[in-house]
Design a protein around this ligand. Structure first.
Ligand SMILES: Nc1ncnc2c1ncn2[C@@H]1O[C@H](COP(=O)(O)OP(=O)(O)O)[C@@H](O)[C@H]1O
Ligand SMILES: [Mg+2]
Length: 243
């Protein structure tokens, strides 16, 4: 762990630092826009930061959707280090630079392009947010197909030491009063597409994070993202043991 990280992550509790462990990388991707990739990526980073972890956020969107100083509303600067990088070569350099940070979150734009395969290939977990609507099914299934096809790509499998890219669909913007989420969940399951058990609810506090920052821990949004983080961490632990 470099001094620079400690300085930038001043909220970090020194006792929780495990500088010698490699970073855990979570990539958030879907080729569809508006499914909540940037909200989920930023929320994960914010809550890990609230938990005293070292965090680094990479924004691969050329529109710099995670934060823009010149934006009239989206002005709430993340409290942790973050950087925009559209080019995989630059992303690779950043991953090396931040290799001893606890958590690296990569946000990608809603486009189907080869360069996002790199961002998924380096990840310990790929989160594919999707809304429980019929329109979201096809783009989401396309991303899953693209990920599954990488098991036939020797370069990617070599880079991952034979471990297939790990991914799950995340139901986002769900409303517990509506039955639609369960319908879509069952539909994805029937197609053999794995889902996170946790769902992210449609919450005003999450839609406002670019304006107001992430809400305090004792809010519905905080509890929802923490539950999601527990599931991601449990999964990564199980996968690490199996490897
Ligand atoms: N869980 C959520 N609850 C409420 N609003 C959300 C949630 N997730 C995303 N949004 C809103 O939906 C819109 C699209 O989200 P965004 O993260 O920009 O999607 P993407 O990055 O996939 O294009 C934004 O207006 C965002 O504030
Ligand atoms: Mg986005």
């Amino acid at each position: 762990m470099s001094k620079q990280h400690v300085d930038q992550n001043s909220g970090m509790d020194a006792a929780t630092s495990q500088g010698s462990e490699p970073s855990k990388i979570v990539t958030v991707h879907n080729r569809k826009g508006g499914v909540g990739k940037s909200v989920i990526a930023r929320s994960l980073a914010e809550v890990w930061y609230q938990q005293g972890r070292q965090v680094f956020l990479i924004d691969m969107d050329s529109q710099r959707s995670s934060y823009r100083e010149d934006h009239p509303f989206a002005k709430q600067k993340p409290p942790f280090p973050f950087e925009a990088a559209t080019d995989p070569v630059k992303v690779k350099a950043l991953l090396e630079q931040y290799a001893d940070t606890h958590h690296i979150v990569i946000d990608t734009p809603g486009k189907l392009a080869k360069e996002y395969l790199f961002a998924m290939a380096v990840a310990d977990m790929v989160v594919i947010p999707t809304k429980p609507t019929a329109d979201d099914y096809e783009p989401t299934a396309d991303v899953v197909k693209m990920i599954k096809a990488t098991t036939r790509e020797p370069a990617i499998m070599k880079m991952r030491e034979g471990v297939p890219i790990q991914f799950r669909i995340l139901m986002n913007m769900t409303d517990p009063r509506k039955a639609n989420t369960e319908v879509f969940r069952e539909f994805y399951q029937r197609q053999g597409i794995p889902l996170f058990n946790t769902e992210i609810r449609d919450l005003v506090a999450l839609s406002n994070i670019k304006m107001t920052g992430f809400p305090r821990p004792n809010t519905n949004a905080g509890a929802n993202i923490r539950a999601f983080i527990r599931e991601i961490e449990d999964l990564m632990m199980t996968l690490a043991k199996a490897a």
